[in-house]
Ligand binder design. Structure first.
Ligand SMILES: Cc1cc2nc3c(=O)[nH]c(=O)nc-3n(C[C@H](O)[C@H](O)[C@H](O)COP(=O)(O)O)c2cc1C
Length: 171
């Protein structure tokens, strides 16, 4: 049985949040300083060439650090990293205090990579599109890494710390 939901902000959110996603922390460097925020609006776009996208709120303080040409890292958080998801959604001063690796890339940037993630996707922003109150960043992927860890899940506006394999087993 379907219930009609009004298309105001909270009704729209309540419907969109039924679609589960992972949680990432998207990082870059600006003027030598690391920048990063928690992002669930990450998705793959194209296999050939390898393209992904993420969206950032136009009110976000980090927005101006992401531009066409920016080197970025999408850190896919693991199921034991909910503290990092909260940290990068809150106080900016505490975001890069620990658990950060620095990786030099071809462009000479020392990109911040979060230690202990499930996967890492690195590349450069090739386009930015207006998407209402968010900006959509299209990224050409250059390097990917994967760890044998389960991802952190986000659904119904909640972070789910229980490993997803246990959901599949119906526990
Ligand atoms: C689970 C989760 C997912 C989020 N996804 C996004 C997102 O996709 N895009 C976005 O702009 N903000 C998202 N946020 C909110 C930002 O992380 C948060 O507003 C952060 O404080 C922005 O930092 P800034 O203002 O320093 O840029 C999310 C927060 C959480 C907890």
């Amino acid at each position: 049985m379907f219930d009609g939901v009004s298309l105001d902000e909270s009704g729209f959110k309540s419907v969109i949040s039924t679609f589960p996603t992972g949680i990432t922390v998207v990082t870059t460097v600006r003027d030598g300083d690391p920048v990063g925020l928690t992002v669930s609006s990450f998705t793959s776009v194209s296999l050939n060439p390898p393209l992904v996208l993420f969206c950032i709120d136009r009110d976000s303080d980090s927005l101006s650090s992401f531009q066409i040409g920016s080197e970025v890292v999408i850190n896919v958080l693991a199921s034991d990293q909910s503290d990092i998801a909260h940290k990068f959604a809150n106080n900016r001063m505490e975001r890069f205090t620990q658990g950060i690796l620095r990786e030099s890339n071809d462009a000479g940037s020392e990109l911040p990579i979060i230690d202990g993630v499930a996967a890492t996707v690195a590349g450069a922003v090739v386009n930015e599109y207006e998407g209402g109150d968010h900006s959509i960043f299209l990224v050409r992927v250059k390097e990917v890494w994967r760890c044998d860890k389960e991802p952190l899940l986000y659904a119904r506006s909640r972070i789910h710390v229980r490993p997803w394999s246990r959901w599949l087993e119906g526990e």
